[in-house]
Write a protein that binds this ligand. Structure first.
Ligand code: GLC
Length: 435
């Protein structure tokens, strides 16, 4: 009888299974609504902040020298007097970002949130004593910003994390490795993050590569962990910066320091999946605050990166590394505000768009929204550009001024667009209406 009722309900399109009743081995995914929201967002801000910022040498500092006991002393000096979650969120919102991804715990093992599973956390181990993740979560909720949590699979501090190819010689005791215990610890922390901080947009994992040289393949037990996340928050996306093809249960695909399809940094050999894509990129050269790194990318370069990512069907997750006092470096703020000004005018050609109709061209790229194809010309040296386009153009006009642009259908296929002598802009946009 029960079976019959189940079958009837299924026939009627009513799912009788509650989350708890879904068979344990079913691979769960985030809801289509949250996946679409992510695709539409186009632009996010990555924040690498931890006690490592005190040393001003990036987030990998512990890996390069200090003994862990010495390093851990930084916690007792962590007092970011100028941290102001409201200001952070406002700056990122003004920059046009739709979400923030923040390091809740990086490879140095320090938890930037109040966890009951380790005293090595921002509330219990620093004189500051404030849960900055909670403050940020509340402020994001207030200002309508989605919050994602970066979470490291690697821990250079804890003995129970089985050491991989990074983080050696800092006083850790690898003989005390205990994967089941460490896995439980991570899942307990993830449960805290997913039950005490409101709606979480994504859990963004990093560090799986730490065991990619093991002779016996390391079992990270990702599926159970991903399922746990999806059960706790069905809207929460799962991402993993493992540089490999996507795994079951992942909702978005990450590319580190490269646009999807490029591999200049050497981390992106993976095949491009049909999942929403995200390129994470530093604004200077390092993720965490690095005092000597003034090598900031220019505003035009950053804007092009954002548009090029969109043209390839991806979001840009642009990093800032806050200073030890909790403020964002002025160089970063300047650039963010310029990106925001640009997006106020051109946002329509980037947000809620999908990849363009053809691969990136020497002159630029394209993004699509419904029957509109936005042609983004970065290199305007040539007054006529060729579009390898199969869709039929009905109208072509400049964006945002809406001046008519001449186009010619080529007998060999595609179109020529007469952009003429263009003004000197970062991205000259032509809006096409296609059939
Ligand atoms: C790399 C680095 C890490 C950084 C991440 C961001 O995996 O190890 O420090 O957080 O990239 O994409």
């Amino acid at each position: 009888m029960k079976k019959l009722v189940l079958a009837l309900l299924t026939l009627l399109g009513i799912s009788p299974l509650k989350a708890a009743e879904i068979p344990a081995d079913t691979v769960l995914y985030a809801t289509p609504e949250s996946v679409n929201e992510f695709r539409d967002a186009a632009f996010g801000i990555f924040i690498h902040w931890g006690i490592y910022s005190i040393f001003g040498q990036g987030e990998w500092y512990l890996n390069y020298g200090p003994q862990r006991e010495e390093y851990a002393k930084a916690a007792s000096a962590f007092y970011p007097a100028n941290f102001n979650a409201a200001q952070w969120v406002k700056s990122f919102k003004d920059a046009g970002a739709k979400y923030i991804t923040i390091t809740t715990r990086h490879h140095d093992g320090f938890s930037m949130f109040h966890t009951e599973y380790s005293p090595y956390n921002i509330v219990d181990a620093t004189p500051f004593g404030r849960d900055i993740i909670k403050e940020l979560a509340d402020e994001c909720e207030k200002q309508g910003m989605r919050l994602h949590f970066y979470y490291s699979h690697v821990d250079w501090m804890r003995d129970d994390y089985p050491m991989g190819r990074t983080g050696h010689d800092n006083g850790k005791k690898p003989e005390n490795a205990d994967w089941p215990q460490y896995y439980r610890f991570m899942n307990n922390q993830l449960t805290e993050l997913l039950t005490k901080y409101g709606k979480v947009g994504a859990i963004w994992f990093d560090g799986k590569w730490d065991h990619d040289e093991d002779t016996i393949p390391f079992n990270w037990q990702l599926e159970q962990q991903y399922n746990m996340i999806h059960r706790l928050q069905p809207d929460c996306l799962v991402a993993n910066n493992h540089h490999e093809d996507v795994y079951p249960g992942e909702d978005i695909q990450i590319f580190e320091r490269d646009l999807p399809g490029e591999n200049t940094a050497g981390y992106s050999e993976q095949a491009i999946s049909s999942l929403p894509l995200e390129t994470c990129q530093t604004m200077n050269g390092m993720w965490g605050y690095k005092i000597v790194d003034k090598n900031y990318k220019s505003v035009p370069v950053l804007i092009k990166m954002l548009v090029e990512a969109a043209g390839r069907g991806g979001n840009l997750l642009l990093n800032v590394g806050p200073q030890p006092d909790g403020s964002i470096p002025a160089d970063a703020l300047e650039r963010l505000s310029a990106i925001g000004d640009w997006l106020k005018i051109y946002g329509e050609t980037v947000y809620s768009t999908r990849r363009g109709d053809f691969p990136p061209q020497a002159w630029g790229t394209s993004t699509r929204k419904g029957n509109k194809l936005y042609v983004h010309v970065f290199d305007t040296a040539n007054p006529v550009i060729y579009l390898p386009l199969t869709a039929k153009i009905k109208k072509a006009r400049t964006f945002p001024d809406a001046d008519a642009v001449k186009f010619t259908k080529m007998s060999s296929g595609g179109y020529c667009l007469e952009i003429g002598k263009c003004p000197n802009v970062i991205d000259y946009v032509v809006e096409l209406e296609t059939e």
